[in-house]
Design a protein around this ligand. Structure first.
Ligand SMILES: [Zn+2]
Length: 227
């Protein structure tokens, strides 16, 4: 969404994960192809060199707790456009809506949705492999079944990033169950069902379409064509 602000064009956008727990390391990341030493990394970032900084890996921004606008207690979830139509007032309690990130982006943006600047470093949005397996197995991410499957796949595939990003689909097929394979492909294609976060409620992403529900691509974003 930063690409919609021309004022940010001169800045190199990078994505870093914080380290609250080891399992979350690398959930956001930068893929460098340069020599992995301070000076060279600094140069690549400074110059926005696309041969040195290949892409960034990020969450889906919709997962954030304040992506859209609304009122949690009143069960009102609005796009920035809808809240504008309602003059930022909640139709249930008549108080000011809690305005989210996209609302501010809309105010600042001087480019349309989906705009990609010429010199932008590509970004890909990922869902952790654990969560893909968990949804495929219909179990919690911390359950033994999911953890065992995760460890088995990472051992065979080389790493989580290899499985999510690099390996060709035929290789994934060899190490994944059919449903997990399907899940990984849906994430790669950005074909997910997303309910954006609002007013302190985390966004929800589901990978597998529920019965009677049409698959639809991520509405507001641009999954890079890396795959
Ligand atoms: Zn309300």
């Amino acid at each position: 969404m930063n690409w919609r602000l021309s004022a940010l064009d001169r800045i190199t956008l990078i994505s870093n994960s914080d380290a609250h727990s080891p399992g979350k390391l690398g959930r956001e990341a930068n893929a460098f192809a340069c020599a992995l030493e301070y000076k060279e990394i600094a140069r690549v970032i400074k110059e926005k060199d696309p041969t040195g900084l290949l892409f960034t890996v990020e969450f889906f921004p919709e997962e954030g707790k304040y992506h859209y606008d609304g009122h949690r207690m009143c069960n009102v979830l609005y796009t920035p456009e809808e809240s504008k139509q309602h003059k930022n007032i909640c139709p249930v309690c008549n108080r000011q809506l809690t305005v989210g990130v996209m609302h501010r982006v809309e105010e600042l943006a001087d480019r349309p949705v989906g705009f990609v600047p010429k010199k932008a470093i590509p970004t890909i949005h990922l869902i952790p492999l654990e969560e893909i397996i968990a949804e495929a197995l219909e179990q919690g991410p911390n359950t033994k079944g999911v953890q065992q499957e995760y460890m088995r796949m990472v051992e065979q595939g080389g790493s989580e990033f290899a499985i999510l990003i690099d390996l060709p689909s035929e290789e994934i097929k060899k190490i994944a169950t059919p449903r997990v394979y399907e899940g990984i492909m849906l994430v790669r294609q950005g074909k997910l069902k997303i309910v954006p976060g609002y007013d302190g409620v985390y966004g929800r992403i589901s990978i597998f379409p529920k019965e009677g529900e049409a698959e639809k691509p991520v509405a507001s974003d641009t999954q890079m064509k890396l795959f």
